[in-house]
Design a protein around this ligand. Structure first.
Ligand SMILES: [Zn+2]
Length: 478
């Protein structure tokens, strides 16, 4: 593809007014230039592509195998119900759905299906990224503590019985830490222009201090990015305060983890002084509004984060509001949820799009080359069916930015261009047959699920015991 002509262009939404009538030309995966032309009348609007700064690339939505929305600590055990499927299919469906939602770059925190075969799984994810054509940051998961509950497991062992606890723990146990960390370089062999490998320490409560310190050092040595969950729920906050009376975030800084190479996901329960420290180290926080609403985690304090100067991006976390990977709706949700009731807006539209399009893209690729339509930037953009959004307009003088912000959804995405190549065209994924991939995934998953034991009384007892454990603040005894 050499160029496209469109009726409207939002080259950097919020920074400059929409341009009517534009030709955008490409060369070597980059934008070669933009020029004003007479509007061609095709009813299309181009803007920078979206980035999903925190996701897990599950082709199966958790609800599809019966995992209903619950507080995170009760929701996580339900992920154990996910049937094992071809890892390529799992990732290809996830990436295909992201593409038709306008996502050109995504951080994929890998949830292994089989802890011993994660290298093979990563190879499959790498192939899926290449075939579908979006840019993927692959965080290699590392977890080596608190697999079952955040704090002392004693009360849970008493509630469940040792044998049952051991069975639950055995399912969550990973290979030795050194093996998990060493896999990062092994998996890096699968890197290509659209597949970037990162360290993925799962969260401070799930990683030993010395593991986080070793990862911090390895990241400094290699320049590889890191991606980690941080303070997603109130219970994680309580655990952190008990485990690190001097401050968890200060501790993370002391061991060298905080740097511009780190993305933290969620940060719902960060305090202002912690936000300032993260900002001083140029860490990025990915806020995940829909996921936090659905898993009862709360609402990220974005106004405080912005006041602290903390860089932010937006993630879907596999838990979009309507369970449909709609990244444009997520953008709108952030816009409304994070607005104040005063006459002076607490969030400006330029900052919103910079976060969603530019900073998110950077956290995936480690390059500040995305998120705007200007010469030399990466040629990653979406083309929206603007005409479909403005059928009721009584004047031609409406502001395209207001229309996009108020109305655009995934169904309006006509084209997704990544590196100058169309991945989605005519509202269909063209790099692969998404409906066929989805049908195959569903078939494989149904067959695998049929072979699994039904969630039984024991499973209900586990959820009850976990609810009791956290309700009695057992996680604060570390
Ligand atoms: Zn997550």
């Amino acid at each position: 593809m050499d160029s496209i002509d469109i009726d409207w262009m939002l080259a950097q939404p919020g920074h400059a007014a929409a341009q009517q009538g534009a030709r955008i030309s490409f060369s070597d995966g980059r934008i070669a230039g933009t020029s004003g032309i007479a509007a061609p009348g095709n009813g299309l609007l181009a803007m920078p592509a979206l980035a999903d700064a925190h996701d897990h690339g599950r082709g199966l939505r958790p609800l599809s195998f019966g995992a209903t929305d619950l507080p995170l600590e009760l929701w996580l055990p339900q992920l154990g119900l996910e049937p094992r499927v071809d890892p390529y299919l799992r990732a290809a469906v996830a990436f295909g759905r992201m593409a038709v939602s306008g996502v050109a770059a995504a951080n994929h925190c890998h949830n292994p299906q089989n802890h011993d075969r994660i290298v093979e799984e990563a190879e499959a994810v790498s192939r899926a990224a290449r075939d579908i054509g979006i840019r993927v940051g692959f965080a290699v998961p590392v977890m080596d503590r608190n697999e079952v509950v955040y704090g002392d497991p004693g009360p849970l062992i008493s509630a469940l019985g040792k044998e049952r606890f051991d069975t639950v723990e055995a399912r969550l146990k990973r290979p030795p830490t050194e093996v998990q960390v060493a896999r990062v370089e092994e998996i890096a062999a699968f890197e290509h222009e659209r597949f970037h490998v990162q360290y993925g320490p799962f969260a401070p409560h799930w990683c030993k201090d010395k593991t986080l310190a070793a990862i911090a050092q390895a990241s400094a040595d290699t320049g590889r990015r890191m991606h980690m969950h941080l303070l997603e729920t109130e219970r994680q906050r309580q655990w952190a305060d008990a485990a690190y009376p001097g401050g968890l975030v200060r501790h993370l800084d002391a061991i060298g983890l905080l740097s511009e190479r780190l993305t933290v996901a969620h940060g719902v329960w960060l305090r202002p002084d912690e936000m300032e420290l993260l900002a001083a180290r140029d860490v990025t926080v990915s806020i995940n509004t829909s996921s936090n609403l659905r898993l009862r985690s709360g609402i990220a304090p974005l106004a405080q984060m912005r006041a602290a100067g903390l860089a932010w991006a937006v993630g879907l976390d596999g838990m979009a509001f309507d369970d449909d990977e709609d990244a444009l709706r997520e953008l709108r949700l952030v816009w409304h949820v994070q607005q104040s009731s005063s006459f002076s807006p607490s969030l400006d539209v330029a900052n919103l799009f910079d976060a969603v399009c530019r900073r998110g893209w950077w956290t995936v690729t480690n390059r500040d080359e995305g998120g705007r339509i200007e010469p030399d930037a990466a040629a990653d953009m979406i083309v929206l069916d603007y005409a479909a959004m403005t059928g009721d307009a009584v004047t031609d003088g409406l502001d395209p930015l207001a229309i996009v912000l108020t109305r655009a959804c995934r169904r309006h995405i006509d084209t997704l261009i990544v590196g100058g190549q169309p991945i989605v065209a005519g509202k269909q994924l063209i790099s692969a047959d998404l409906p066929a991939l989805e049908a195959r995934l569903r078939e494989e998953a149904r067959a695998a699920f049929a072979g699994l034991p039904e969630p039984d009384d024991e499973f209900t007892r586990l959820l009850d015991a976990l609810a009791d454990y956290y309700s009695r603040s057992c996680h604060c005894y570390v």
